[in-house]
Design a protein around this ligand. Structure first.
Ligand code: ATP
Ligand code: MG
Length: 148
């Protein structure tokens, strides 16, 4: 079923932002045409909501999270970037396995399931996910989904 992807992402960001008030800011930008995009919302929602929730959760109060959406003829790319605690290199290897949490999470709570769900949904959609992160600098997750 074709969806208006920009509208969908915009609504999702609004939803998360409303719950947070002034604690942090999510900036959503997009490039390209997305009014008739054929993606599965039931896969997309857990992917984006988990990545956005993490970006916010692992950032200091007042942090800014950017969410960029862009496309070419074959692929839609979602990029979620924060300036939070970052992920140590040794933890990056196990990032998508259930119940793995990095050593630098401190008192931030979590079950370690979010990213394993994200990975599953990306796989089912035939896509790819990658991470670029540096401790105390920030983290960028990039998800690429093929347009079929
Ligand atoms: P939950 O199941 O509630 O999502 P969680 O956030 O701990 O719990 P995941 O979302 O699977 O679990 O993330 C796994 C681990 O990866 C986290 O515990 C954290 O160590 C690290 N992590 C994930 N996203 C980020 C991020 N944006 N910045 C820093 N660390 C992150
Ligand atoms: Mg999480």
């Amino acid at each position: 079923i074709p969806i208006d992807l920009v509208k969908f992402c915009h609504n999702l960001v609004e939803e998360i932002q409303t719950n947070a008030g002034d604690k942090y800011q999510i900036i959503f930008t997009h490039q390209g045409e997305f009014t008739e995009t054929c993606l599965d919302i039931n896969l997309l929602r857990p992917i984006l909501s988990n990545l956005l929730a993490n970006a916010v959760k692992y950032s200091p109060q007042g942090g800014v999270v950017t969410f960029h959406l862009f496309s070419n003829d074959t692929t839609i790319t979602f990029q979620i970037k924060d300036s939070g605690i970052g992920i140590p290199p040794e933890a990056q290897k196990y990032l998508f396995e259930s119940f793995h949490r990095a050593s630098n999470v401190g008192k931030i709570k979590g079950t370690g399931l979010g990213l394993s769900i994200v990975k599953r949904c990306v796989d089912i959609h035939g896509g790819e996910i990658s991470v670029d992160s540096e401790v105390n600098v920030g983290t960028t997750f990039t998800v690429k989904l093929p347009l079929t």
